[in-house]
Design a protein around this ligand. Structure first.
Ligand SMILES: [Fe+2]
Length: 171
């Protein structure tokens, strides 16, 4: 439960930091395992195509991600939880596995959202998962927002006009 002080802060500042929302064993560990399996599958395909060469046994999760980045392989869309806003093809990949689904419907999370916008909650397709290689390893001129740090922004700006009167919160 949020305190009145936290609710007042949100009303005044437009954001709120709430720590330790997700249970480590129930939500976080299954998420890590799911994305670990996913990058393993993606990496195996890139390896078979000759696009990456390092043995995956010598690489951890972020090592594989970095190899993909250096080789110009796209991991972002296959690991994202939504399709792109345009240019969707029959084979455009995305990932929405059970661990991700459990995260976005987690009761700890939704109880907080309910306190902010009320009990009628839907998820909109502006949602993303943006898994990034370590910033120190990126090319100096890297500017793509889904790879380097994402600037502070409001998602209302990319919602349709019909959503203007909708209470919306990004979590
Ligand atoms: Fe956003």
């Amino acid at each position: 439960m949020l305190t009145q002080q936290q609710l007042d802060f949100f009303d005044r500042q437009g954001y709120l930091v709430v720590e330790n929302v997700f249970d480590q064993q129930r939500i976080i560990e299954p998420l890590k395992a799911e994305y670990s399996d996913l990058i393993d599958d993606l990496y195996a395909d890139w390896l078979a195509e000759g696009r990456v060469t390092k043995d995956p046994k010598d690489l951890d999760f972020f090592g594989k991600l970095l190899e993909a980045y250096m080789a110009g392989c796209d991991w972002f869309q296959p690991m994202d939880i939504s399709l792109p806003g345009d240019r969707i093809q029959l084979d455009t990949p995305m990932h929405f596995g059970p661990a991700v689904f459990n995260m976005i419907r987690d009761s700890n999370l939704l109880d907080i959202v309910e306190q902010l916008i009320g009990p009628e909650i839907t998820s909109n397709p502006i949602q993303h998962v943006r898994i990034k290689p370590p910033a120190r390893d990126l090319y100096q001129d890297e500017i793509r927002a889904h790879i380097t740090s994402t600037d502070w922004h409001q998602d209302r700006g990319v919602a349709l006009e019909e959503a203007d009167e909708t209470e919306m919160v990004t979590v």
